[in-house]
Design a binder for this molecule. Structure first.
Ligand code: HMG
Ligand code: MG
Length: 325
């Protein structure tokens, strides 16, 4: 069985902002990341090297990466910044920034630098259904896996850790509840064999329920996939994210993705709302006697600030309660 520490991956600056229609300034994005880094969170998804035609809001991810490498943020623990890359073109755009800023980040090839310099991570994203793969990546699952193999190889050559998402694992906006957990396990196995360091299982639409989360994780275990290699990525559209988190903890999962203020949504998943709020996750995990290392008050302040900045309601019930709002 696993320990008492639960790692939260803060996806607000990427998943949280990617669906916003109004352009968010570079300064606001950087302030968000800087404030998050000071809360004790260890990993922040900071941007996305996707086509700006597909997701215009992420178009300045190069500038964000460059800023994070050049202006060292004072964080209480060593930071990892993660960036999405759907193909070699995206990885090359990221690699160009790295080449311009040598010796500013630690790598898996040079772990001794860890602590003083931030580590970088590349995140690829597959889908569990053919319809979602077409909508989100404009190709079928098999083609995406072949492309990811190349992205993983080149990322590893740069010394970067690779996280691999699988979307719509518990429901698909186009195919409904009819997502085969064996297919999810098969895709996860392929990505791990290609060299991915971690699989993040995305409940993109928030359609996951406790029994179906349990069935999926049983299927993953039967396929020989270790709970240490799995993260869960719950959107909270139906309010089931914390229940599904409890089930996942029982299955030994200790890494979860969440978004400050409950921001988020996928532009290619109609009707899907935000990720589970980080404030709610921190509170819930602490009530179980487990630890996230994250300062709940500081996180709640950030949730109130960023939702106000975006002109949105604060979707974190815990954040609002903590602030007495
Ligand atoms: P495509 O149109 O098939 O691409 O899109 P292409 O290879 O045919 O290229 C067309 C043009 O795009 C070319 O430019 C390329 O250079 C350019 P042109 O010659 O026309 O001037 N291009 C790029 N530009 C910048 N960066 C790139 C890139 N690639 C090609 N990386 C593509 C295929 C994969 C690019 C597109 O479908 C895409 O960008 N998709 C991303 C969609 C996305 O970002 N979705 C949200 C993130 S996933 C998510 O939110 C789910 C998650 O949270 C987990 C969950 O909740 O389940 C992770
Ligand atoms: Mg998501």
């Amino acid at each position: 069985s696993q320990g008492n520490f639960v790692k939260l991956v803060e996806v607000g600056p990427r998943d949280g902002l990617q669906n916003e229609k109004k352009t968010i300034s570079l300064a606001t994005k950087i302030e968000l990341i800087e404030r998050l880094a000071r809360t004790g969170v260890s990993t922040i998804e900071a941007g996305s090297f996707v086509s700006p035609k597909w997701v215009p809001q992420m178009a300045n991810s190069s500038e964000i990466m460059q800023h994070l490498l050049r202006q060292k943020i004072q964080a209480p623990i060593p930071m990892t910044y993660s960036f999405l890359a759907p193909n070699i073109k995206g990885l090359q755009n990221a690699a160009n920034i790295l080449k311009k800023n040598p010796d500013t980040f630690s790598t898996q090839l040079e772990p001794s630098a860890g602590g003083e310099k931030p580590a970088l991570e590349v995140a690829i994203f597959a889908a569990a259904t053919e319809s979602f793969s077409q909508k989100n990546l404009n190709c079928d699952i098999q083609t995406s896996l072949e492309r990811f193999k190349a992205v993983i190889q080149d990322s590893k050559a740069l010394g970067l850790r690779v996280r691999a998402y699988i979307s719509v694992v518990l429901g698909c906006p186009f195919e409904g509840f009819d997502v085969d957990p064996h297919k999810v396990a098969e895709i996860a196995t392929d990505l791990l064999e290609s060299g991915a360091d971690e699989i993040s299982l995305g409940d993109t639409t928030g359609m996951g329920t406790a029994p179906r989360t349990s069935a999926l994780l049983k299927c993953m275990a039967t396929a020989g996939i270790r709970s240490e290699d799995i993260a869960m990525h719950f959107h909270d559209t139906y309010g089931q994210a914390l229940v599904n988190t409890a089930v996942s903890l029982e299955h030994g999962i200790r890494t979860f993705d969440s978004s400050v203020g409950g921001l988020g949504g996928c532009p290619y998943s109609p009707g899907a709302t935000g990720n589970v709020a980080t404030e709610n996750m921190v509170y819930f995990i602490e009530t179980l006697g487990m630890d996230t290392g994250i300062d709940l008050d500081a996180m709640s302040d950030i949730g109130a600030w960023i939702t106000e900045e975006l002109g949105k309601a604060n979707d974190s019930t815990v954040g609002k309660a903590v602030l007495g709002a």
